[in-house]
Write a protein that binds this ligand. Structure first.
Ligand SMILES: Nc1ncnc2c1ncn2[C@@H]1O[C@H](COP(=O)(O)OP(=O)(O)OP(=O)(O)O)[C@@H](O)[C@H]1O
Ligand SMILES: [Mg+2]
Length: 290
């Protein structure tokens, strides 16, 4: 048995024992700067508040910013894992409210092009975090490099973030197109960020959905809308997560709702596949907390 085969066997046995498997969700966008990293951090906190164990993987390997947005200064990062063979446990740091973070590095270009051996090692080390993680949120770089694509392909779910700018919508469409070239079934859920009204969010989603229906012919889902909120800008300046610094803000409530939808969606996929009615019920942006 080769090493990869042995690892697959170990993983299968571990899953059998625990009865569950870690879910991997990649958060991505076509255009940069649309709010991915803020979605990852705040969704992580909101999910953690719902008693899920969350690990964030900063997969924006060339331009790390999870640690900067949270005011953390990790001693090691993913480079030490890849180049110095440090185990994943050694490079991880604790974020707010118990979330765990696997930091990337900034400005080190060579690791954006991993050789096949390094990529394999990265995937193996990531599988070790299953022991203490229910959901792994992967913050990817913008755009569709091979590395980003490999993270999207190795996740069970893709959350595609866009805002209302036409360039951002067009670039989101390009992501759907490239993903579909490799996998027409990979679930893609859309978050429209920085909207002023729910109507604005609906308009953006429908534009994207119509183009995808017409030219690609695959399914995408709406996960939700996130309002434009100055609290985000304030929190970024404070290097804190908005859900932690301003828990009563509109955006923090929206993240709480979004986390509920994400959890419902994950269990729903397992138990009632393709039940459109159940899905619709979950998509209520303004629905208050129960
Ligand atoms: N809902 C929001 N309301 C107000 N401002 C926002 C919101 N979401 C994001 N922003 C602003 O957009 C900026 C960029 O967000 P963020 O860093 O999360 O984007 P990104 O998609 O991760 O960018 P990159 O592609 O560079 O990684 C934030 O610093 C913040 O100022
Ligand atoms: Mg980012």
């Amino acid at each position: 048995m080769d090493q990869a085969e042995t690892l697959r066997k170990i993983k299968k046995e571990r899953i059998k024992k625990r009865g569950v498997s870690m879910k991997k969700i990649a958060i991505t966008s076509g255009k940069g700067g649309v709010g991915k990293t803020n979605v990852v951090i705040n969704l992580a906190i909101a999910l953690q508040r719902r008693k899920k164990k969350i690990t964030i993987f900063d997969a924006d390997l060339g331009l790390a910013n999870i640690d900067i947005l949270l005011g953390l200064t990790p001693k090691y990062n993913i480079v030490n894992l890849i180049s110095d063979n440090l185990p994943i446990e050694k490079i991880m740091v604790d974020g707010p409210e118990g979330i765990k973070i696997i930091p990337a590095s900034s400005g080190i270009q060579e690791i954006t092009n991993l050789d096949p051996y390094q990529e394999e090692r990265l995937v193996q080390e990531l599988s070790n975090i299953e022991k203490f993680t229910d959901i792994l949120l992967i913050d990817t770089a913008a755009g569709i490099s091979d590395l980003v694509l490999s993270f999207l392909m190795s996740s069970e779910e893709i959350i595609l973030v866009t805002n209302s700018e036409p360039t951002s919508i067009v670039d989101a469409y390009a992501v759907v197109k490239v993903v579909s070239k490799y996998d027409m079934e990979k679930p893609i859920s859309v978050v429209v960020n920085s909207v002023k009204t729910q109507e604005e969010g609906e308009k953006v989603y429908n534009q994207l959905k119509n183009a995808v229906d017409r030219f690609i012919g695959r399914e995408i889902n709406l996960l939700g809308f996130l309002p434009y909120d100055k609290a985000v800008v304030e929190a970024v300046k404070m290097q804190r997560a908005v859900t932690e610094a301003f828990p009563e803000s509109e955006i923090s409530r929206a993240f709480s709702n979004l986390s509920r939808i994400v959890l419902n969606k994950l269990t729903w996929r397992k138990s009632e596949e393709n039940n459109a009615e159940t899905w619709k019920k979950m998509l209520n942006f303004n629905e208050s907390e129960k």
